[in-house]
Design a protein around this ligand. Structure first.
Ligand code: AMP
Ligand code: ZN
Length: 453
Protein backbone atom coordinates (compact mmCIF):
# COMPACT_ATOMS: atom_id res chain seq x y z
CA UNK A 1 0.00 0.00 0.00
CA UNK A 2 1.31 3.42 -0.95
CA UNK A 3 1.11 6.20 1.62
CA UNK A 4 1.32 9.85 0.60
CA UNK A 5 1.19 12.95 2.74
CA UNK A 6 -1.92 14.87 1.74
CA UNK A 7 -1.54 18.63 2.23
CA UNK A 8 -5.32 18.94 2.36
CA UNK A 9 -5.90 16.65 5.33
CA UNK A 10 -2.39 17.29 6.67
CA UNK A 11 -1.93 13.57 7.23
CA UNK A 12 -0.17 10.64 5.63
CA UNK A 13 -2.93 8.62 3.99
CA UNK A 14 -3.30 5.34 2.13
CA UNK A 15 -3.38 6.05 -1.54
CA UNK A 16 -5.78 4.37 -3.90
CA UNK A 17 -6.98 5.89 -7.16
CA UNK A 18 -10.66 6.39 -7.89
CA UNK A 19 -10.39 4.32 -11.08
CA UNK A 20 -7.87 1.85 -12.52
CA UNK A 21 -5.85 4.72 -13.95
CA UNK A 22 -4.26 7.32 -11.67
CA UNK A 23 -5.32 10.81 -12.71
CA UNK A 24 -2.54 13.21 -11.92
CA UNK A 25 -2.20 16.94 -12.44
CA UNK A 26 1.05 18.87 -12.14
CA UNK A 27 1.40 22.61 -12.13
CA UNK A 28 3.83 23.41 -14.90
CA UNK A 29 6.24 26.20 -15.72
CA UNK A 30 5.66 29.79 -16.65
CA UNK A 31 7.64 29.92 -19.85
CA UNK A 32 9.39 33.26 -19.72
CA UNK A 33 12.94 32.28 -18.70
CA UNK A 34 15.27 29.34 -18.16
CA UNK A 35 13.98 27.07 -15.41
CA UNK A 36 16.34 27.05 -12.43
CA UNK A 37 17.29 24.03 -10.37
CA UNK A 38 14.61 24.94 -7.80
CA UNK A 39 11.95 24.61 -10.49
CA UNK A 40 13.54 21.35 -11.55
CA UNK A 41 13.17 20.02 -8.02
CA UNK A 42 9.42 20.41 -8.48
CA UNK A 43 9.52 18.35 -11.69
CA UNK A 44 11.81 15.72 -10.20
CA UNK A 45 9.17 15.43 -7.50
CA UNK A 46 6.50 14.89 -10.16
CA UNK A 47 8.77 12.32 -11.82
CA UNK A 48 9.33 10.61 -8.50
CA UNK A 49 5.60 10.14 -7.90
CA UNK A 50 4.99 8.95 -11.45
CA UNK A 51 7.79 6.38 -11.34
CA UNK A 52 6.73 5.07 -7.93
CA UNK A 53 3.14 4.69 -9.12
CA UNK A 54 4.30 2.83 -12.23
CA UNK A 55 6.62 0.64 -10.17
CA UNK A 56 3.54 -0.34 -8.16
CA UNK A 57 1.84 -1.35 -11.39
CA UNK A 58 -0.46 1.64 -11.81
CA UNK A 59 -1.26 3.21 -15.13
CA UNK A 60 -1.21 7.00 -15.12
CA UNK A 61 -3.12 9.61 -17.00
CA UNK A 62 -1.18 12.77 -16.26
CA UNK A 63 -1.21 16.33 -17.45
CA UNK A 64 1.04 19.32 -16.97
CA UNK A 65 0.11 22.86 -17.96
CA UNK A 66 2.35 25.38 -19.62
CA UNK A 67 1.64 28.93 -18.51
CA UNK A 68 2.18 30.75 -21.77
CA UNK A 69 -0.23 33.58 -21.14
CA UNK A 70 1.09 36.62 -19.39
CA UNK A 71 -0.12 36.82 -15.86
CA UNK A 72 0.82 39.22 -13.17
CA UNK A 73 4.07 38.65 -11.33
CA UNK A 74 2.61 37.98 -7.89
CA UNK A 75 0.01 35.35 -7.15
CA UNK A 76 -2.28 38.06 -5.87
CA UNK A 77 -2.92 39.65 -9.26
CA UNK A 78 -0.42 42.44 -8.79
CA UNK A 79 2.82 43.51 -10.38
CA UNK A 80 4.06 43.20 -13.91
CA UNK A 81 3.23 40.68 -16.57
CA UNK A 82 6.12 38.18 -16.63
CA UNK A 83 5.70 37.34 -20.30
CA UNK A 84 5.59 40.99 -21.23
CA UNK A 85 8.73 41.76 -19.25
CA UNK A 86 10.53 38.91 -21.02
CA UNK A 87 9.31 39.99 -24.42
CA UNK A 88 10.65 43.51 -23.85
CA UNK A 89 13.92 42.14 -22.50
CA UNK A 90 14.49 39.87 -25.48
CA UNK A 91 12.81 41.97 -28.19
CA UNK A 92 10.52 39.11 -29.13
CA UNK A 93 6.76 38.74 -29.15
CA UNK A 94 5.20 36.99 -26.13
CA UNK A 95 4.34 34.11 -28.49
CA UNK A 96 7.98 33.71 -29.49
CA UNK A 97 9.04 33.90 -25.85
CA UNK A 98 6.55 31.19 -24.91
CA UNK A 99 7.59 28.93 -27.79
CA UNK A 100 11.29 29.33 -27.03
CA UNK A 101 11.07 28.65 -23.30
CA UNK A 102 8.58 25.82 -23.69
CA UNK A 103 11.18 24.08 -25.84
CA UNK A 104 13.85 24.83 -23.22
CA UNK A 105 11.64 23.35 -20.51
CA UNK A 106 11.29 20.07 -22.45
CA UNK A 107 15.03 19.95 -23.01
CA UNK A 108 15.80 20.49 -19.33
CA UNK A 109 13.29 17.83 -18.34
CA UNK A 110 14.84 15.42 -20.83
CA UNK A 111 18.35 16.06 -19.51
CA UNK A 112 17.11 15.02 -16.07
CA UNK A 113 15.36 11.97 -17.49
CA UNK A 114 12.04 13.23 -16.15
CA UNK A 115 9.10 11.01 -16.94
CA UNK A 116 6.77 13.50 -18.57
CA UNK A 117 2.99 13.40 -18.23
CA UNK A 118 0.85 11.95 -20.99
CA UNK A 119 -0.53 15.38 -21.88
CA UNK A 120 1.11 18.79 -22.02
CA UNK A 121 -1.36 21.65 -22.25
CA UNK A 122 -0.48 25.28 -22.85
CA UNK A 123 -2.96 27.76 -21.42
CA UNK A 124 -3.36 29.34 -24.87
CA UNK A 125 -4.72 26.02 -26.17
CA UNK A 126 -7.75 26.12 -23.85
CA UNK A 127 -9.02 29.69 -24.15
CA UNK A 128 -12.49 28.58 -25.30
CA UNK A 129 -12.75 26.12 -22.43
CA UNK A 130 -11.62 28.84 -20.01
CA UNK A 131 -14.37 31.16 -21.23
CA UNK A 132 -16.97 28.40 -20.78
CA UNK A 133 -15.67 27.59 -17.30
CA UNK A 134 -15.75 31.23 -16.21
CA UNK A 135 -19.27 31.58 -17.61
CA UNK A 136 -20.22 28.52 -15.56
CA UNK A 137 -18.90 30.18 -12.40
CA UNK A 138 -20.87 33.36 -13.18
CA UNK A 139 -24.02 31.29 -13.81
CA UNK A 140 -23.55 29.61 -10.44
CA UNK A 141 -23.28 32.95 -8.71
CA UNK A 142 -19.65 32.32 -7.77
CA UNK A 143 -18.18 35.04 -9.97
CA UNK A 144 -19.09 38.61 -10.88
CA UNK A 145 -18.19 41.15 -13.53
CA UNK A 146 -16.50 44.50 -12.90
CA UNK A 147 -15.13 47.13 -15.23
CA UNK A 148 -11.74 45.38 -15.00
CA UNK A 149 -12.83 41.83 -15.64
CA UNK A 150 -14.43 38.82 -13.98
CA UNK A 151 -13.70 37.99 -10.34
CA UNK A 152 -14.27 34.97 -8.14
CA UNK A 153 -16.29 35.80 -5.05
CA UNK A 154 -14.53 33.88 -2.29
CA UNK A 155 -17.27 34.64 0.23
CA UNK A 156 -19.53 32.33 -1.83
CA UNK A 157 -17.19 29.39 -1.35
CA UNK A 158 -17.29 28.34 2.30
CA UNK A 159 -14.28 26.04 2.21
CA UNK A 160 -11.90 28.79 1.07
CA UNK A 161 -8.65 28.58 3.00
CA UNK A 162 -8.82 24.90 3.93
CA UNK A 163 -5.65 23.95 2.08
CA UNK A 164 -3.23 26.69 2.96
CA UNK A 165 -5.10 28.36 5.80
CA UNK A 166 -4.76 31.46 3.68
CA UNK A 167 -7.96 33.19 4.53
CA UNK A 168 -7.28 34.01 8.17
CA UNK A 169 -3.88 35.46 7.59
CA UNK A 170 -5.07 37.24 4.49
CA UNK A 171 -8.08 38.76 6.16
CA UNK A 172 -5.99 39.81 9.10
CA UNK A 173 -3.41 41.32 6.78
CA UNK A 174 -3.39 45.05 6.55
CA UNK A 175 -2.96 45.14 2.80
CA UNK A 176 -5.07 47.79 1.17
CA UNK A 177 -6.80 46.61 -1.92
CA UNK A 178 -6.52 48.67 -5.06
CA UNK A 179 -9.73 47.65 -6.74
CA UNK A 180 -12.80 49.16 -5.10
CA UNK A 181 -15.13 47.18 -7.32
CA UNK A 182 -14.09 43.91 -5.75
CA UNK A 183 -16.57 42.48 -3.23
CA UNK A 184 -13.87 41.08 -0.97
CA UNK A 185 -10.25 42.20 -0.94
CA UNK A 186 -9.04 38.70 -1.76
CA UNK A 187 -11.40 37.91 -4.59
CA UNK A 188 -9.20 36.93 -7.49
CA UNK A 189 -9.40 37.56 -11.19
CA UNK A 190 -10.66 34.94 -13.65
CA UNK A 191 -10.66 37.06 -16.78
CA UNK A 192 -8.83 40.36 -17.26
CA UNK A 193 -10.05 43.04 -19.66
CA UNK A 194 -6.98 43.85 -21.72
CA UNK A 195 -5.67 47.34 -22.26
CA UNK A 196 -5.30 48.25 -25.96
CA UNK A 197 -1.56 47.74 -26.05
CA UNK A 198 -1.78 44.24 -24.55
CA UNK A 199 -0.58 41.69 -27.11
CA UNK A 200 -1.95 38.31 -26.00
CA UNK A 201 -5.69 38.75 -25.92
CA UNK A 202 -8.88 37.03 -26.99
CA UNK A 203 -12.49 37.91 -27.52
CA UNK A 204 -14.89 36.96 -24.74
CA UNK A 205 -18.41 37.74 -23.49
CA UNK A 206 -16.73 40.24 -21.14
CA UNK A 207 -14.73 42.07 -23.75
CA UNK A 208 -11.30 41.47 -25.24
CA UNK A 209 -8.96 40.18 -22.61
CA UNK A 210 -6.96 37.29 -21.22
CA UNK A 211 -7.40 34.70 -18.47
CA UNK A 212 -6.20 35.09 -14.91
CA UNK A 213 -3.52 32.64 -13.93
CA UNK A 214 -5.34 30.27 -11.57
CA UNK A 215 -8.13 29.40 -13.97
CA UNK A 216 -5.97 27.57 -16.50
CA UNK A 217 -5.13 24.78 -14.05
CA UNK A 218 -8.77 24.14 -13.15
CA UNK A 219 -9.74 24.13 -16.81
CA UNK A 220 -6.88 21.93 -18.04
CA UNK A 221 -7.44 19.48 -15.18
CA UNK A 222 -11.12 19.33 -16.03
CA UNK A 223 -10.55 18.96 -19.76
CA UNK A 224 -7.98 16.17 -19.60
CA UNK A 225 -8.79 14.35 -16.37
CA UNK A 226 -12.42 15.10 -15.63
CA UNK A 227 -14.14 15.88 -12.35
CA UNK A 228 -12.14 13.48 -10.18
CA UNK A 229 -8.38 13.88 -9.93
CA UNK A 230 -6.33 11.59 -7.70
CA UNK A 231 -3.16 13.64 -7.25
CA UNK A 232 -2.29 17.27 -7.78
CA UNK A 233 1.34 18.38 -7.43
CA UNK A 234 3.17 21.66 -7.12
CA UNK A 235 5.64 23.63 -5.04
CA UNK A 236 4.75 24.75 -1.51
CA UNK A 237 4.60 28.34 -2.70
CA UNK A 238 1.38 27.45 -4.52
CA UNK A 239 -0.40 26.11 -1.48
CA UNK A 240 -1.80 29.30 -0.02
CA UNK A 241 -3.07 31.14 -3.07
CA UNK A 242 -2.83 29.33 -6.38
CA UNK A 243 -4.11 25.97 -5.19
CA UNK A 244 -6.61 27.49 -2.81
CA UNK A 245 -8.02 29.35 -5.81
CA UNK A 246 -7.97 26.23 -7.93
CA UNK A 247 -10.05 24.41 -5.32
CA UNK A 248 -12.53 27.30 -5.20
CA UNK A 249 -12.85 27.24 -9.01
CA UNK A 250 -12.98 23.47 -9.58
CA UNK A 251 -14.99 22.39 -6.55
CA UNK A 252 -17.17 25.47 -6.98
CA UNK A 253 -18.13 24.56 -10.52
CA UNK A 254 -18.34 20.78 -10.06
CA UNK A 255 -20.16 20.98 -6.73
CA UNK A 256 -17.89 18.40 -5.10
CA UNK A 257 -14.27 17.82 -4.14
CA UNK A 258 -12.28 17.39 -7.34
CA UNK A 259 -8.74 16.67 -6.13
CA UNK A 260 -8.17 13.96 -3.54
CA UNK A 261 -4.44 14.24 -2.80
CA UNK A 262 -2.66 17.58 -2.83
CA UNK A 263 1.09 17.03 -2.75
CA UNK A 264 3.65 19.79 -2.35
CA UNK A 265 7.41 19.82 -2.63
CA UNK A 266 9.39 22.08 -0.33
CA UNK A 267 11.77 24.63 -1.73
CA UNK A 268 15.32 24.16 -2.79
CA UNK A 269 17.46 26.77 -1.14
CA UNK A 270 20.89 27.91 -2.21
CA UNK A 271 23.67 28.44 0.33
CA UNK A 272 21.07 28.34 3.07
CA UNK A 273 18.88 31.09 1.64
CA UNK A 274 16.45 31.96 -1.09
CA UNK A 275 17.34 31.86 -4.73
CA UNK A 276 17.07 35.21 -6.40
CA UNK A 277 18.07 37.02 -9.55
CA UNK A 278 19.70 39.78 -7.52
CA UNK A 279 21.58 37.20 -5.45
CA UNK A 280 22.95 35.75 -8.67
CA UNK A 281 22.30 32.22 -7.48
CA UNK A 282 19.44 31.05 -9.69
CA UNK A 283 21.45 28.24 -11.21
CA UNK A 284 20.32 26.36 -14.28
CA UNK A 285 21.48 22.93 -15.44
CA UNK A 286 23.83 24.72 -17.84
CA UNK A 287 25.42 26.57 -14.92
CA UNK A 288 26.04 23.22 -13.24
CA UNK A 289 27.45 21.80 -16.47
CA UNK A 290 29.86 24.72 -16.74
CA UNK A 291 31.24 23.68 -13.36
CA UNK A 292 31.60 20.05 -14.43
CA UNK A 293 28.35 18.56 -13.15
CA UNK A 294 25.96 16.39 -15.12
CA UNK A 295 22.15 16.63 -14.75
CA UNK A 296 22.28 13.13 -13.29
CA UNK A 297 24.41 14.41 -10.41
CA UNK A 298 21.58 16.77 -9.58
CA UNK A 299 19.08 13.90 -9.80
CA UNK A 300 21.16 11.97 -7.25
CA UNK A 301 21.36 15.11 -5.11
CA UNK A 302 17.56 15.36 -5.23
CA UNK A 303 17.19 11.85 -3.74
CA UNK A 304 19.32 12.78 -0.75
CA UNK A 305 16.55 14.75 0.93
CA UNK A 306 12.88 14.05 1.51
CA UNK A 307 10.65 16.20 -0.67
CA UNK A 308 8.77 17.59 2.33
CA UNK A 309 11.95 19.17 3.70
CA UNK A 310 13.76 22.17 2.40
CA UNK A 311 16.92 21.08 0.65
CA UNK A 312 20.01 23.21 0.70
CA UNK A 313 22.00 23.41 -2.50
CA UNK A 314 25.72 24.13 -2.38
CA UNK A 315 28.35 23.16 -4.92
CA UNK A 316 30.08 21.26 -2.17
CA UNK A 317 26.98 19.17 -1.59
CA UNK A 318 26.63 18.65 -5.34
CA UNK A 319 30.24 17.48 -5.48
CA UNK A 320 29.36 14.99 -2.75
CA UNK A 321 26.42 13.80 -4.82
CA UNK A 322 28.60 13.50 -7.91
CA UNK A 323 31.10 11.33 -6.07
CA UNK A 324 28.26 9.38 -4.47
CA UNK A 325 26.67 8.67 -7.83
CA UNK A 326 29.95 7.66 -9.38
CA UNK A 327 30.70 5.06 -6.75
CA UNK A 328 27.07 3.98 -6.72
CA UNK A 329 27.18 3.30 -10.46
CA UNK A 330 30.53 1.52 -10.23
CA UNK A 331 29.15 -0.68 -7.51
CA UNK A 332 26.09 -1.51 -9.59
CA UNK A 333 28.24 -2.39 -12.59
CA UNK A 334 30.60 -4.45 -10.46
CA UNK A 335 27.73 -6.87 -9.92
CA UNK A 336 27.05 -7.27 -13.60
CA UNK A 337 29.66 -9.93 -14.17
CA UNK A 338 29.57 -11.34 -10.69
CA UNK A 339 29.53 -15.13 -10.59
CA UNK A 340 28.18 -15.65 -7.11
CA UNK A 341 24.47 -15.97 -6.62
CA UNK A 342 22.79 -14.56 -3.55
CA UNK A 343 19.73 -16.45 -2.44
CA UNK A 344 16.37 -15.54 -3.91
CA UNK A 345 15.03 -15.00 -0.39
CA UNK A 346 17.67 -12.37 0.23
CA UNK A 347 16.81 -10.61 -3.03
CA UNK A 348 13.12 -10.67 -2.11
CA UNK A 349 13.94 -9.09 1.24
CA UNK A 350 15.74 -6.23 -0.47
CA UNK A 351 12.92 -5.79 -2.94
CA UNK A 352 10.45 -5.56 -0.08
CA UNK A 353 12.55 -3.06 1.81
CA UNK A 354 12.94 -0.92 -1.28
CA UNK A 355 9.22 -1.02 -1.99
CA UNK A 356 8.38 -0.12 1.60
CA UNK A 357 10.70 2.88 1.46
CA UNK A 358 9.36 4.33 -1.78
CA UNK A 359 5.76 3.62 -0.77
CA UNK A 360 6.24 5.38 2.55
CA UNK A 361 5.58 8.83 1.11
CA UNK A 362 8.55 8.59 -1.26
CA UNK A 363 11.29 7.99 1.27
CA UNK A 364 14.07 8.15 -1.29
CA UNK A 365 16.98 8.58 1.15
CA UNK A 366 15.85 5.30 2.72
CA UNK A 367 15.41 3.64 -0.68
CA UNK A 368 18.98 4.60 -1.61
CA UNK A 369 20.22 3.21 1.69
CA UNK A 370 18.55 -0.11 0.87
CA UNK A 371 20.37 -0.13 -2.49
CA UNK A 372 23.68 0.60 -0.80
CA UNK A 373 23.15 -2.23 1.67
CA UNK A 374 22.32 -4.67 -1.09
CA UNK A 375 25.31 -3.59 -3.17
CA UNK A 376 27.64 -4.56 -0.31
CA UNK A 377 26.68 -8.22 -0.77
CA UNK A 378 28.97 -10.56 -2.69
CA UNK A 379 29.07 -9.80 -6.39
CA UNK A 380 26.06 -11.26 -8.08
CA UNK A 381 24.34 -10.70 -11.37
CA UNK A 382 21.05 -11.05 -9.49
CA UNK A 383 21.86 -7.90 -7.57
CA UNK A 384 22.66 -6.14 -10.80
CA UNK A 385 19.32 -7.23 -12.24
CA UNK A 386 17.51 -6.09 -9.10
CA UNK A 387 19.19 -2.70 -9.36
CA UNK A 388 18.03 -2.41 -12.96
CA UNK A 389 14.52 -3.04 -11.67
CA UNK A 390 14.92 -0.43 -8.88
CA UNK A 391 16.23 1.94 -11.49
CA UNK A 392 12.74 2.21 -12.96
CA UNK A 393 12.18 4.43 -9.92
CA UNK A 394 15.63 6.02 -9.70
CA UNK A 395 15.99 6.86 -13.38
CA UNK A 396 19.78 6.79 -13.67
CA UNK A 397 21.82 5.80 -16.67
CA UNK A 398 23.52 2.58 -15.67
CA UNK A 399 24.75 1.71 -19.13
CA UNK A 400 28.39 0.89 -18.98
CA UNK A 401 30.51 3.27 -20.94
CA UNK A 402 32.19 0.22 -22.45
CA UNK A 403 30.65 -3.21 -22.41
CA UNK A 404 32.85 -6.18 -21.51
CA UNK A 405 33.15 -8.13 -24.80
CA UNK A 406 31.44 -11.51 -24.98
CA UNK A 407 34.80 -13.21 -25.76
CA UNK A 408 36.28 -11.93 -22.48
CA UNK A 409 33.26 -13.07 -20.51
CA UNK A 410 33.61 -16.59 -21.93
CA UNK A 411 37.34 -16.71 -21.19
CA UNK A 412 36.66 -15.54 -17.63
CA UNK A 413 33.97 -18.16 -17.17
CA UNK A 414 36.33 -20.87 -18.46
CA UNK A 415 39.04 -19.68 -16.10
CA UNK A 416 36.64 -19.79 -13.17
CA UNK A 417 35.70 -23.33 -14.14
CA UNK A 418 39.38 -24.33 -14.41
CA UNK A 419 39.96 -22.94 -10.93
CA UNK A 420 37.02 -24.88 -9.56
CA UNK A 421 38.55 -28.01 -11.17
CA UNK A 422 41.86 -27.12 -9.47
CA UNK A 423 43.53 -26.89 -12.90
CA UNK A 424 45.59 -23.90 -11.83
CA UNK A 425 47.96 -24.01 -14.80
CA UNK A 426 45.04 -23.50 -17.20
CA UNK A 427 43.47 -20.90 -14.92
CA UNK A 428 46.71 -18.90 -14.88
CA UNK A 429 47.11 -19.15 -18.62
CA UNK A 430 43.54 -17.88 -19.17
CA UNK A 431 44.08 -15.05 -16.72
CA UNK A 432 47.13 -13.99 -18.73
CA UNK A 433 45.21 -14.27 -22.02
CA UNK A 434 42.51 -12.04 -20.58
CA UNK A 435 45.07 -9.54 -19.34
CA UNK A 436 46.71 -9.47 -22.77
CA UNK A 437 43.33 -8.47 -24.16
CA UNK A 438 43.14 -5.61 -21.67
CA UNK A 439 40.99 -6.98 -18.85
CA UNK A 440 41.60 -7.85 -15.23
CA UNK A 441 40.00 -10.62 -13.24
CA UNK A 442 39.50 -9.94 -9.56
CA UNK A 443 38.67 -12.95 -7.45
CA UNK A 444 36.89 -13.12 -4.18
CA UNK A 445 35.93 -16.13 -2.08
CA UNK A 446 32.66 -16.45 -3.92
CA UNK A 447 33.30 -15.31 -7.42
CA UNK A 448 35.01 -12.92 -9.77
CA UNK A 449 34.59 -9.54 -11.35
CA UNK A 450 35.93 -8.41 -14.73
CA UNK A 451 37.38 -4.94 -14.97
CA UNK A 452 39.19 -3.00 -17.62
CA UNK A 453 42.92 -3.24 -16.95
P1 AMP B 1 6.98 28.79 -12.05
O1 AMP B 1 7.57 28.53 -13.40
O2 AMP B 1 7.50 30.01 -11.40
O3 AMP B 1 5.47 28.76 -12.08
O4 AMP B 1 7.44 27.60 -11.11
C1 AMP B 1 7.42 26.29 -11.55
C2 AMP B 1 7.42 25.33 -10.38
O5 AMP B 1 8.63 25.42 -9.63
C3 AMP B 1 6.31 25.55 -9.37
O6 AMP B 1 5.72 24.30 -9.04
C4 AMP B 1 7.00 26.18 -8.18
O7 AMP B 1 6.34 25.87 -6.99
C5 AMP B 1 8.35 25.49 -8.25
N1 AMP B 1 9.45 26.21 -7.60
C6 AMP B 1 9.83 27.49 -7.77
N2 AMP B 1 10.92 27.78 -7.04
C7 AMP B 1 11.25 26.64 -6.39
C8 AMP B 1 12.31 26.26 -5.47
N3 AMP B 1 13.24 27.12 -5.09
N4 AMP B 1 12.33 24.99 -5.02
C9 AMP B 1 11.41 24.10 -5.41
N5 AMP B 1 10.40 24.39 -6.26
C10 AMP B 1 10.32 25.63 -6.75
ZN1 ZN C 1 -1.39 25.40 -11.33
Amino acid sequence: MIKFFNSLTKRKEDFSPSSDVVKMYSCGPTVYSYPHIGNMRAYLFMDNIRRVLKYNGYKIDGVINITDVGHLTSDADEGEDKMLVASQREHKSPWEIAKFYTEIFFQEAKKLNIDMPEHVAPATSVINEIIKFVQGLIDKGLAYITSKGVYYDISKFPGYGKLGGAVDSKMAGARIDVDEEKHNPYDFVLWVKAPKEHIMKWDSPWGIGYPGWHIECSVIGNKYLGEYIDIHTGGVDHKTIHHENEIAQSDGLCGHQVVKFWMHVEFLQVDGGKMGKSLNNMYTLDDLKAKGFEPEDFRYFYFNAHYSKQQNFTFEALKGAQNGLKSFKNLVLSHKNGANDVSNEKIEEYKNEFLQAINDDLNMPKALAVCQKMLKENKSVKIYQTMIEFNRVLGFDFVEKEEIPEEIKILAQNRWQAKQNRDFALADKLRKDILDKGYLIKDSKEGFVIEKA
